[in-house]
Ligand binder design. Sequence first.
Ligand code: 2BA
Length: 107
Amino acid sequence: MKLILAIVSGEDSNAVTRSLNENGYFVTKLSTTGSFLAKGNSTLIIGCEEDKVDKAIELIGAEAKTRTETIVPGASFDVVIPSFTTAEVRVGGATIFVLDVEKFIKL
Ligand code: 2BA
């Protein structure tokens, strides 16, 4: 069994989870925050068999859109840019980690 951790934009998370549910995946959605932009995103926890991982990634990719976000001065403590200027970053459709699961139990 595998554990997929997928970080998607908050705007895409409902469409992504709906698509995964419709295709038989169990999903837990966490409200998270990216450190760089300090904006809300969603981290999806998806446990599934190894042969279902590629399909899950395909479904996530179909609903999670790549977009450009603007960094506003002062919005993040981690970003050092001159005052009164903004910068644009390209935010990926999804950032995905796939981990091995040692044990899976439902009581
Ligand atoms: P944020 O940390 O808010 O990052 C938003 C976007 O800012 C990133 O998009 C990337 O384009 C840029 N960025 C982030 N950190 C950077 C850095 N140190 N230097 C230069 N540019 C940087 P994505 O790469 O698509 O990431 C979207 C969100 O996915 C991130 O939001 C973060 O919440 C998560 N993420 C991405 N890579 C990660 C990783 N290796 N580990 C944990 N979380 C990650």
